[in-house]
Design a protein around this ligand. Structure first.
Ligand code: PMP
Length: 403
């Protein structure tokens, strides 16, 4: 059978994620890897989850935990999220929150809800590769979101029209972005909201790393800034995507989207049609672990990851040759390296794997237009101090060898 004749056109945009393919190669114990942007499993709140699962499966709770439940998500967990949103300057109710299977599912649903083939999605250059992967299924055109405000709304609208659709949304990872580690400052956030107003488009605010700030002052989410402008979440065009993956446990696949109830109710219909609801047991466990250990646990994550970030920044300063620059993230898991223009991150990875037993993610796949091959992403969340120091030494050697 020739499946190519059977596949829908959207399959033409589906490609294996370069990171996932790469991670398969990293089982060899002698490789030092800064590739996976994943939490350190040694830090999971395992005991709290054991207690929570035991409680959820106790005689008084098990019939709810093992049963179908509502598409909106587990009520007590939505209430806990409402409290967190309020603390961020986002007054809302349960009706403004849908629980999703990771924030990745929220990105998929938002793409599905807004993009017809040929419509334009505005994304930063570079952007989270998983967002491009989620949106690709809906066959959009991408245009470059410039949070500096240095392109006119008219220019965006005309470019989208020429591509055969209209601009539907601007997507941005706001705090300690994947892949750059950079944070959008207040002006950049206000600029995006201004642009969205003039273009009359939605804003997707990806806040996956929000709890992992190590220094500097927190900046209000775009949804909070928009509520301050308009008085109520119901008037807002921003949809905030949150996640428990970086704060508690990614394997349970629990995230959420928060926005105007009129939009959330549409997303609930989409969730009903797609997978009915996220796993009830997992939502119950996340709810009880969040209520018992969230602030202590995330404080511990911040202490550990910030020390690793410091080690990486110090080791980069010591080992990188002239002509290499990198970001200085205030939180999250990533440092983004820019190599001299003529160098190629993918070629460097190949030689670094072979000669230095070192892995990272080449930067090109994070660009919707596949530009800027002279970049790479390093994650500091998984390696201990010694590995980070040794790894940056090997990276310096690998770069010098290619220069
Ligand atoms: N957004 C960003 C910026 C991410 O880095 C990730 C995970 N790598 C996600 C969303 C998706 O996370 P999850 O589905 O586990 O919530």
């Amino acid at each position: 059978m020739n499946w190519e004749n059977i596949f829908a056109t959207r399959m033409g945009r589906m490609k294996a994620s370069e990171i996932r393919e790469l991670l398969k190669l990293l089982d060899q114990p002698d490789i030092i890897s800064f590739a996976g942007g994943i939490p350190d499993p040694a830090l999971f709140p395992t005991e709290a989850f054991q207690d929570a699962m035991t409680d959820a499966l106790s005689p008084q709770n098990s019939s709810a935990a093992l049963q179908y439940s509502v598409s909106e998500g587990y009520g007590p967990l939505r209430d806990w999220i409402v409290e967190q949103m309020e603390a961020l300057g986002i007054p809302c109710t349960r009706d403004n929150v849908l629980i999703t299977s990771g924030s990745q599912q929220a990105l998929d649903y938002l793409g599905k809800m807004m993009l017809s083939p040929g419509d334009t999605a505005l994304v930063t250059w570079p952007t989270y590769m998983g967002a491009l992967g989620a949106f690709n299924a809906y066959e959009p055109t991408y245009d470059r979101l410039m949070p500096g405000g240095n392109r006119s709304a008219d220019d965006y609208a005309k470019t989208a029209e020429a591509a055969g659709g209209r601009v539907k949304f601007a997507y941005a990872s706001v705090d300690f972005a994947n892949p750059t580690g950079e944070t959008l400052d207040l002006t950049a956030r206000e600029n995006i909201l201004d642009l969205a107003e003039v273009l009359d488009i939605a804003v997707i605010e990806d806040s996956a790393y929000q709890t992992l700030r190590y220094d500097g002052d927190p900046i209000p989410p775009m949804l909070a800034l928009e509520i301050a402008r308009k008085g109520s979440i119901e008037e807002c065009r921003t949809l905030y995507c949150g996640s428990f993956s970086k704060s508690l446990a990614p394997g349970l696949r629990v995230g959420w989207v928060c926005g105007a109830a009129s939009v959330i109710s549409q997303l609930v219909l989409m969730k009903q049609a797609a997978d009915l609801h996220s796993a009830t047991l997992n939502q119950m466990a996340i709810n009880s672990v969040a209520r018992s250990v969230f602030s202590d646990h995330t404080a511990k994550l911040r202490r550990t990851y910030s020390a690793r970030r410091n080690t990486m920044l110090d080791a980069l300063a010591e080992h990188m040759p002239e002509g290499v620059t990198w970001t200085k993230p205030e939180g999250g898991m990533f440092v983004w390296l820019t190599l001299p223009k003529q160098m190629d991150g993918a070629a460097l990875l190949k030689s670094a794997l072979e000669t230095q037993k070192l892995a990272f993610v080449p930067g090109q796949a994070f660009y919707a237009d596949r530009s800027n091959a002279n970049t790479l992403r390093l994650s500091f969340s998984l390696a201990d101090d010694e590995k980070i120091k040794e790894g940056m030494k090997r990276l310096g050697a690998a770069i010098r060898a290619q220069m």
